[in-house]
Design a protein around this ligand. Structure first.
Ligand SMILES: CC(C)(COP(=O)(O)OP(=O)(O)OC[C@H]1O[C@@H](n2cnc3c(N)ncnc32)[C@H](O)[C@@H]1OP(=O)(O)O)[C@@H](O)C(=O)NCCC(=O)NCCS
Length: 345
């Protein structure tokens, strides 16, 4: 991109004395399991139809991890691709953050398991739980460590094996979700603004809209909790939908406002891939053109924390994003949580 055609914007971090330490994505990668579960397959499992799922959500198929393939395995494969693109080795990583609601185990963290699988011996590692918003939360947290000169190289992963917490007898939810992982390497790249801003929000008063009732300290696993199917995710679809549209819109507008840019300056908008109707409602209100919007939920459904990370990788590898382009990520999830990030690629 020539200097003359470079989009103009304000860097909101400039006031924090960040000089010399802007944080860029220097590598991105994703991985989805091989097994495809189509809407027609679901017709044989619950009372539903391809027509209903497609018209209400835009989803045609999703990926399902194998029995012996865990969240840490998906995360590791995505991370290896991001590491390769960044041109580094695993021992260069200072910190691993894994955003997930489906860790391999309640503890230790999936990030520690990924560290071991990558052979990234000298780094810190922890999990982050912000549901579908986890990847943007992870980007913001990761960049803080680099901007503050605490670390040089941070690996942020969104990874989920949602097929293990989906109730395959509940047609209201089982058609929506899938498994997968996406990862980025964050580093300082001179002469680039990188991650310009990240908006993060939460509203715990609406925690009940989307949750997994049992398995935590409130309701530990018992024969009764298992029999009542409380170890699966539950959702009020209609209320979640309404909140998603409003929160994503507000977060995206705030991110654009901070950077003093107009939506027309954004090359690629990558929204959380939950429902095509949510994406279109947000896109329409923001004034996003169809050529700006990146959508892959028809192939993967909602992969929660992995969703925008996988989409980012596919947008980059398909040539939709080039160095210097401005991109907007916008997410929403259980918590409730939401977020938006503007990145100069
Ligand atoms: C779940 C969702 C697709 C349902 O769409 P909707 O427009 O609210 O649903 P509708 O009101 O048109 O339809 C509901 C009816 O369809 C039925 N239905 C639900 N799932 C169905 C399915 N898979 N197949 C067929 N029928 C289904 C319901 O039982 C209900 O029937 P009833 O009216 O006889 O009670 C939608 O609410 C949604 O996407 N919400 C947000 C979910 C989300 O993204 N969550 C994650 C956020 S990170």
């Amino acid at each position: 991109m020539s200097p003359a055609s470079k989009p103009k914007f304000k860097n909101p971090r400039a006031k924090f004395n960040y000089e010399g330490r802007p944080v860029s994505v220097t590598g991105v990668g994703s991985y989805v399991p091989a097994k495809v579960l189509t809407n027609h397959d679901l017709e044989k499992m619950v009372e539903t139809s391809d027509e209903w799922i497609t018209s209400r959500t835009g989803i045609k198929e999703r990926r399902i991890a194998a029995a012996g393939e865990f969240t840490s395995d998906l995360a590791t494969k995505a991370a290896q691709r991001a590491i390769k693109m960044a041109g580094i080795t695993a021992d260069k990583i200072d910190l691993i953050i894994v955003a997930t609601i489906t860790p391999d185990l309640p503890f230790p963290s999936t990030a520690c398991l990924v560290q071991q699988k990558l052979g990234a011996r000298r780094c810190a590692a922890f999990d982050l739980e912000a549901a579908c918003s986890g990847f943007i939360y992870g980007l913001e947290i990761g960049q803080q460590f680099i901007m503050s000169r605490t670390y040089d190289t941070v690996l942020v992963i969104g990874a989920e094996k949602l097929s293990t917490i989906v109730d395959w007898q509940d047609r209201n939810t089982c058609v929506l979700f899938g498994d997968g992982a996406g990862a980025v390497i964050l580093q300082n790249r001179p002469n680039s603004h990188g991650l310009l801003t990240a908006v993060m929000g939460a509203d715990g008063s609406k925690a009940d809209l989307l949750s997994m009732p049992a398995g935590g300290s409130r309701c530990p696993a018992t024969a009764a909790s298992v029999a009542a199917r409380l170890h699966y995710l539950r959702m009020d679809g209609k209320e979640t939908f309404k909140n998603a549209v409003q929160a994503m819109l507000t977060a995206a507008q705030e991110a654009l406002r901070r950077c003093e840019i107009d939506i027309a300056q954004i090359k690629c908008v990558i929204p959380h891939q939950a429902n095509r109707r949510i994406i279109d409602a947000v896109g329409e209100r923001l004034g996003v053109g169809s050529e700006q919007l990146f959508v892959n939920l028809d192939r993967y459904g909602n992969t929660s924390a992995a969703s925008v990370a996988i989409a980012l990788d596919e947008a980059v590898s398909s040539g939709k994003i080039h160095r210097g382009d401005l991109i907007l990520l916008v997410v929403f999830g259980a918590g409730l949580t939401w977020g938006a990030a503007v990145i100069e690629w």
